[in-house]
Design a protein around this ligand. Structure first.
Ligand SMILES: [Zn+2]
Ligand SMILES: [Zn+2]
Length: 304
């Protein structure tokens, strides 16, 4: 955070500095490769080490299964144009139906997960998934509706991981210039909620903030000191674990009673919205004790 009295140039109004992009679409393989590395680094000496290592391997599988996957079915050009005209995301989660690209991704991901070391509940869930063909469309719907039942969270981790691969591949194929803001806390590509937000150190956007989509991995510009859930700017405070390094804070909104995490990539370029969110569970516990609820979505942090 800047100190009182600091004057920060606004990159959007200074003529010779490029305007920060509205969105950055994901590179669907790099996204998960980087995430796997970050999970692995975070696991070192962490009390959740075994879970973080499982997610490192699962993230690596999300990258590895992408070779030669069938092309995902993109929405038609006129559907995309209509979405833009109505300030709607072009990828409509509400109308999602599995195509060959998703079916193969799901099949490959569950197969690639088989040899991974994982906590017992995850192993049991993976075994159950093999006999759950009929219920997979329901689980897909639950993930896309942010309505995952507590009793089958572990199965949904794998379903969510496959959907992340699929939607990152779809988002990668969109034209960033055609995306428009669709609302607070809503991904302009797919309509999902953010997992966290990043204050980036990019050359053309140093110090600006981007929300990171929990489903497709798209980043979209979002002003700082503003609630990513309700959009209000007053009554925002920041909480951090005492003795923290200033790289992750909870942005707490007293207006709607929720909080979301802000990751300062300016201070550490390798911070990953999903991995660092899981590894900073202590911050969730702290802020929840103060009476606030999680405003953002992370299928790997269910039950907390
Ligand atoms: Zn998205
Ligand atoms: Zn709020």
């Amino acid at each position: 955070m800047s100190k009182a009295g600091d004057i920060e140039p606004d990159p959007s109004v200074i003529g010779n500095i490029a305007k920060p992009p509205f969105v950055r679409l994901p590179d669907s393989r790099q996204l998960f490769t980087d995430r796997a590395q970050r999970f692995r680094a975070l696991a070192d000496g962490h009390e959740l080490a075994s879970y973080l290592l499982f997610l490192a391997d699962l993230s690596q599988a999300q990258a590895d299964i992408q070779s030669d996957l069938p092309e995902p079915e993109m929405p038609a050009a006129e559907t995309r144009a209509r979405a833009k005209a109505h300030s709607m995301p072009p990828l409509d989660r509400g109308r999602f139906t599995a195509d060959a690209a998703f079916d193969v991704a799901f099949e490959r991901l569950t197969a690639a997960a088989e040899p991974i070391d994982m906590p017992a509940p995850a192993r049991e869930a993976l075994t159950r998934l093999k006999h759950a063909d009929a219920t997979i469309p329901t689980m897909v719907r639950n993930v896309l509706d942010d309505a995952i039942p507590i009793e089958s969270m572990a199965e949904h981790v794998f379903v969510a991981a496959a959907l992340q691969v699929h939607f990152a591949r779809l988002a990668q194929r969109l034209d960033a210039a055609q995306l428009v803001p669709v609302g607070d806390g809503v991904c302009p590509a797919c309509g999902a909620a953010p997992v966290a937000s990043l204050v980036v150190g990019w050359q053309n956007a140093d110090g600006t903030r981007f929300c990171s989509c929990s489903l497709c991995g798209t980043l979209w510009n979002f002003v700082r000191v503003r609630c990513t859930v309700c959009g209000k700017t007053d009554k925002i405070t920041y909480q951090e674990i005492s003795g923290g390094n200033g790289q992750i804070k909870a942005e707490v909104c007293e207006t709607c009673g929720s909080y979301s995490k802000v990751l300062y990539q300016q201070k550490n370029a390798v911070l990953d919205p999903v991995a660092d969110d899981v590894a900073s569970l202590g911050l969730d516990l702290l802020v929840r004790e103060l009476g606030f609820r999680r405003g953002n979505v992370n299928p790997f942090l269910l039950g907390y």
